[in-house]
Design a protein around this ligand. Sequence first.
Ligand SMILES: O=C(O)COP(=O)(O)O
Ligand SMILES: [Mg+2]
Length: 231
Amino acid sequence: MTAPIVVFDLDGTLVDTAPDLLDSLNHCLQSAGEPAVNLGDVRRFVGSGSRAMIARAFASRGKTLPDSDLDSLQALFLEHYEAGIPGRSRPFPGVLEALDRLRRADFKAAVCTNKHERPARRLLEGLDIAGHFEAISGGDTFTYRKPDPRHLLDTIAQAGSAPGLAVMVGDSRADIDAAKAAGIPVVAVDFGYTDRPVHLFEPSRVISHFDALTVSLVEELVEAAADQTAS
Ligand SMILES: O=C(O)COP(=O)(O)O
Ligand SMILES: [Mg+2]
């Protein structure tokens, strides 16, 4: 088989970023005179980019912000967040070993995140894992983002690979819906950020630790997808 590519989501999948997202979101809320949110709130609000996260925080209090307010709060968020990178964010247990394992098998890896590309790159560089990825795309890299399947497909193309060789790994509905719409198998992690349990979105597999992301699991999923396309 030609080498598969594993495309990873970032927040809540590769890296536990919630503590830093919480600090920067609360910095925004404080500037708007709003009380702080907690870690559990942030874990439900993340997944569709920082603008959506801020809007969801206000929506949870029955408030809708005009676009101009969202623009300035997002700018404030990004400035605060980027200044702190990598902060307290750390790769989830088993991530480094999984990346090494896939690399030793000559698999490719890429990141497809709804986080803006610049903080995504800075975070991966700050954690010394950027070199593992053939491509890194963010929510502002293209004119579309997850759950739009083109975000995932264009990331795979940037990495010099093909959708028929790809497996997505993610933590939220946006990841699962993007992969399904692209016809790509998707492994959901159940320790990330989501407002509902990931199995409800019917991913190909659910794993609870990166130890379960084996070379043979990736090969099995790619082969099963190829059989399905052929039949
Ligand atoms: O920052 C977000 O809201 C989403 O980021 P993710 O796509 O890497 O989960
Ligand atoms: Mg995520």
